[in-house]
Write a protein that binds this ligand. Structure first.
Ligand code: UDP
Length: 373
């Protein structure tokens, strides 16, 4: 019986491979990188011992009990709550925009109801159904908070004006009229005790799974029963209709003694600061951070993704739907291939949604092919 191939050893490929392997299928997981875990790869820095998220901060959070149970099979999740700060025009504020932020920013001491009425008075209530990021922001927080916290950051992060971007990007962030500064609304949140690479290694550790690294999909000459492809959707078709827009990130490393910024993530929304945020990685592991005398942090710069760069974020410009639709139509017609994951479906997916979709993809494959197996 021929094997199944999962292209990409990130969460999508690994979870699908495991689900199929546990039901007796043999799976080859091929990744062109020299490491597993895709962009959630983490490793201990050899000088300091600090667990570093090599491709930027990854904080696990989910509303799905199924996903939470799944991830806990492969790691011990340590308590972690993502609390992000922002430096704006020389002052530090609390994020996501909450009652503290609003009171700090306007130098007031409002109650929740007062703040709600105050922000509503600033909001562009004439925008009934916000379509773009900018409309969404103006509708919900008004011009001053938008310009301070979102406009510059978003231009730097996405390389376009926020009126070109879908409203969905901003809908990721809550707006709160209390002092809750948990960045996420989800009931489950945590950080894996031994990093993300360790989770993926555990998922891939099955007798029916072979992992092949430094191996591009095109190099394989085996005939597979089915392919789950988590590489970039346009690359699968050799970009022959054109390139879908992605953003890539550059990281500038800072090493220092002690504590650099006193928190894991500090955002820099001001447009005249070239980076978007600084993440200090020992603070992602509060249960061990006091044990490190030195610290390591990264300034994060976003830019257009070239052909040889690592793609991170699918841009999905509001006016750029046609190219995506064309690739999606071709993908739907491709026999024996399922496109999965952030890059394979060209969607801004968090880790938990990636896992949930991977579980669903494997389940639906198994159901469809029950009689043939
Ligand atoms: N955002 C912003 N200012 C901030 C943080 C986020 O304008 O201080 C916007 C920005 O457009 C960003 C989006 O909200 O891309 C989603 O933010 P999130 O923190 O979820 O981004 P991620 O951690 O996935 O890069």
């Amino acid at each position: 019986m021929s094997r199944i191939c999962a292209v990409g050893a990130g969460f999508s490929g690994a979870v699908i491979a495991r689900e199929l392997a546990e039901r007796g299928h043999r799976v080859l997981v091929a990744d062109q990188r020299s490491t597993i875990a895709g962009n959630c790869y983490s490793e201990r820095d050899s000088e300091t011992g600090i667990m570093v998220h090599k491709y930027g901060p990854h904080i696990f959070h989910t509303a799905s009990e199924r996903v939470w149970k799944y991830i806990n099979r492969f790691t011990t999740m340590m308590p972690y709550v993502n609390r992000v700060k922002a430096t704006v025009r020389g002052k530090v504020y609390s994020l996501p925009v909450n009652l503290h932020t609003i009171n700090q920013f306007f130098d007031l001491a409002m109650t929740p109801d007062e703040a709600r009425a105050f922000v509503e008075s600033k909001a562009r209530t004439d925008i009934e159904e916000p379509q773009t990021f900018e409309e969404q922001a103006l509708r919900f927080v008004g011009n001053e908070l938008y310009e301070a916290f979102f406009q510059g950051y978003t231009r730097k992060q996405w390389g376009v004006d926020p009126d070109q971007l879908p409203a969905a990007i901003l809908k990721r962030l809550p707006l709160r009229f209390n002092y809750d500064d948990n960045y996420f609304n989800h009931p489950y949140q945590g950080m894996p005790e031994n990093g993300y690479t360790d989770i993926i290694a555990g998922i891939l550790n099955h007798e029916n799974i072979e992992v092949r690294l430094n191996c591009a999909f095109e190099e394989l000459d085996e005939v597979f029963r089915h392919v789950f492809y988590s590489g970039p959707l346009d690359q699968y078709f050799h970009c022959d209709l054109g390139r879908l827009g992605y953003r890539t990130l550059d990281f500038e490393e800072i090493r220092a003694k002690g504590d650099l910024q006193g928190t894991a993530v500090m955002n820099y929304p001001d447009e005249d600061v070239p980076y978007t945020r600084i993440s200090e990685h020992k603070h992602f592991a509060p249960w061990e951070s006091a044990g490190f005398e030195r610290t390591i942090a990264f300034r994060e710069y976003s830019r257009a993704c070239g052909p040889n760069d690592v793609p991170y974020y699918p841009i999905r410009l509001v006016n750029d739907k046609k190219l995506l639709n064309d690739y999606e139509a071709r993908a739907a017609q491709e026999e024996g291939v399922t496109f999965v994951g952030r890059l394979g479906t060209y969607q801004y997916l968090d880790m938990d949604v990636t896992i949930e979709r991977a579980l669903d993809s494997a389940k639906s494959y198994l159901e469809k092919n029950r009689s043939r197996f």
